[in-house]
Design a protein. Structure first.
Length: 277
């Protein structure tokens, strides 16, 4: 299967494109965002990597040429290293990730990448004989380590890094202050927030949700482009963040701790059985 078959995209205007993996039919299917700038293009998250995303961007005509010859520089930014967001980073020359998860990405760490992929989630295999047991997040050496407050300069637009741990220790959002757009990764999306994975932490998640609410209070976000599911606005963002905080009491923390223990055991068992081809 070619990259053109595997991916599909939708233009959102303003140099932003929404990309998805067509045949990965799962709630874990991550949104991929292409943001084009006057001097640099940025891909936010990269999917599973079963087909080459840069090939798709080129073949679909989504990479505008720079002045002179050839395309503009292309940077892939991982909002975090979970498998559904980071598997495709292997296909990019320039990769950025938060410093807290750089070691996991360099190791190709399936435990921290929480790799859970089954054959039934892939409606059409990317190649004959492929099976989910072969999948892993390949080791990738990041070319840039991100920290709170860093700015990714695209020329005519800037994306500010906001370190928002809780879902994972290196989770980030990217904030386009001028356009009031928040690329939120898995920090927040229009669904149940997951805080029971390895390196999840409820207290960090509460603090991150408080920051999200402050963004809304200050009028700094009008649109959220999340890591999963559909786009939503500031009012929904405030409700999702405040609702998490209101439910994160002692009972929630106890149940989360139990679920994290179970998930940790399951991941260790699953990753010990992975075969590589």
């Amino acid at each position: 299967m070619s990259a053109l078959e595997w991916f599909a995209h939708k233009p959102l205007g303003g140099g932003i494109f929404w990309i998805q993996e067509r045949f990965y039919e799962s709630g874990n299917r991550a949104n991929i965002w292409l943001v084009r700038g006057s001097q640099r293009d940025v891909v936010i998250d990269a999917g599973l990597g079963l087909r080459s995303l840069p090939d798709y961007l080129r073949d679909a005509g989504l990479l505008a040429p720079a002045e002179g010859a050839g395309p503009r520089p292309l940077l892939a930014v991982a909002t975090h290293v979970h498998f559904d967001h980071s598997g495709g980073l292997q296909h990019f020359d320039e990769v950025a990730v938060h410093s807290a998860e750089a070691a996991a990405l360099l190791q190709g760490d399936n435990y921290e990448a929480v790799t859970w992929l089954s054959d039934r989630e892939v409606a059409r295999p990317p190649r004959p004989g492929w099976s989910a047991r072969q999948f892993r997040v390949p080791p990738v050496r990041p070319s840039r380590l991100l920290h709170e407050g860093d700015v990714i300069n695209l020329g005519d637009r800037q994306l500010t890094v906001m370190h928002m741990p809780g879902h994972s220790r290196g989770s980030i959002c990217l904030h386009d202050k001028d356009q009031k757009i928040l690329f939120s990764g898995d920090v927040v999306y229009d669904g149940s927030m997951i805080d029971w994975l390895p390196y999840s932490r409820v207290s960090d998640y509460i603090a991150s949700c408080q920051r999200l609410m402050e963004l809304v209070d200050r009028g700094l976000v009008a649109k959220v482009l999340p890591g999963h599911f559909n786009i939503f606005g500031a009012e929904r963002l405030y409700w999702l963040a405040s609702n998490y905080i209101s439910q994160a009491g002692i009972c929630h923390k106890i149940s989360t701790c139990a679920m994290r223990s179970i998930a940790s055991i399951a991941l260790h068992v699953a990753n010990s059985r992975i075969t590589y081809q």
